[in-house]
Design a protein around this ligand. Structure first.
Ligand SMILES: NC(=O)c1ccc[n+]([C@@H]2O[C@H](COP(=O)([O-])OP(=O)(O)OC[C@H]3O[C@@H](n4cnc5c(N)ncnc54)[C@H](OP(=O)(O)O)[C@@H]3O)[C@@H](O)[C@H]2O)c1
Length: 303
């Protein structure tokens, strides 16, 4: 039985669905319902139940709920993060402490493999908070002694192109001149991966003993934001204006309720160190073909 932690999120929901479609036994860890949470749930647990999932109520910040959820589990996949879930729960409490506790309890429960979705530049000594917390989570998993496989994807195109740029283009297109604001100069190469490819890579490493102890990177393609905007312009057949704002500015191209999140994401990307390497050997090893930025822009992502 596979336990999916993060199953109500975008990636965890995809992974749970793919496993269920293959007929694999799945238990989905789901947090107690609250009206606030219902607004941000991306994958409806009821849909997973209909597909055959066993639903276990639990929370990474409540270890006793995890002990029960782990009963009879051979494989754990965790995609859980607090990053997109508001400020009430910190990455330290969920991503670092919660993941480390889950790994410790999984080791004690005799789980055969723990697959954790980390991030491409995970590094416990990084000065970039998300990369640091992911690095600390990996350290917690290693300390637990559980047999673990780490998957380290780079920025998801769905979030870092579709949302950060797409929302701006959509909001400004009606004016006749689509426009995007970037924070920083937009000239840093950024590694991108497709969310569906990440799900397929997680499935590919599951039950592969030769991946235990490894951190497997996934970057389908590297490009600067300016290059991505250029390619979007070509696809649309109309020029997208680019305005660069200094760090500390708030973007103004989208409705107010989106501006905070977009500004946050674009500010983080302005501080990323360049990703210059790609991972063709990962594609070959697992027999996967990764989605390029152009394929994603065409709306033909394999996810
Ligand atoms: N987006 C990117 O560009 C990117 C890049 C590299 C790596 N990643 C990593 O990829 C993973 C998947 O991202 P995603 O887009 O699927 O995230 P997401 O949609 O925000 O989903 C997060 C999941 O974590 C769950 N969660 C949050 N706090 C929890 C807690 N205290 N206990 C149990 N579950 C909790 C959420 O449950 P609720 O629905 O109950 O809130 C949700 O199911 C994350 O680890 C992320 O850091 C993302």
């Amino acid at each position: 039985m596979h336990l999916i932690v993060g199953s109500t999120g975008r990636l965890g929901g995809r992974i749970a669905t793919l496993l269920l479609e293959r007929g694999a036994p799945v238990r989905a860890l789901v947090r107690a319902h609250s009206p606030e949470r219902a607004r941000v749930v991306h994958t409806d647990p009821e849909r997973l139940r209909e597909l055959g999932a066993d639903i276990a109520e639990g929370d990474l910040t409540r270890p006793e709920s995890l002990v029960m959820a782990l009963e009879g589990i051979t494989h754990v996949v965790s995609t859980a993060t607090s990053t997109k879930r508001g400020e009430a729960e910190s990455m330290e409490a969920v991503d670092v402490e919660g993941t480390s506790t889950l790994a410790r309890l999984a080791a004690a429960a005799g789980v055969h493999q723990f697959v954790y979705v980390s991030a491409y530049r995970a590094d416990a000594s990084s000065d970039q908070p998300i990369m640091r917390e992911k690095g600390l989570a990996e350290r917690g998993i290693a300390a637990s002694g559980v047999a673990a496989t780490i998957v380290r994807p780079s920025a998801f195109m769905q979030d870092w192109i579709g949302f950060t740029l797409g929302a701006q283009v959509q909001a400004t297109a009606a004016s006749g001149t689509p426009r995007v604001q970037l924070i920083g100069d937009g000239d840093l190469p950024i590694g991108f991966s497709d969310e569906g490819d990440v799900a397929r890579l997680v499935l590919a490493v599951l039950e592969r003993e030769d991946t235990i102890g490894e951190a497997i990177p996934l970057t389908a393609e590297t490009a600067t934001y300016r290059e991505v905007v250029q390619r979007m312009s070509q696809r649309m057949g109309t020029e997208i204006e680019v305005e660069t704002l200094p760090v500390g500015s708030q973007i103004t191209t989208v409705p107010e309720e989106l501006a905070g999140m977009l500004t946050f994401m674009l500010t983080i990307s302005a501080g990323w160190r360049p990703n210059t390497d790609t991972t063709p050997q990962v594609a070959e090893r697992f027999g996967l073909e990764f989605t390029s930025i152009d394929t994603f822009l065409k709306g033909e992502s394999r996810g």
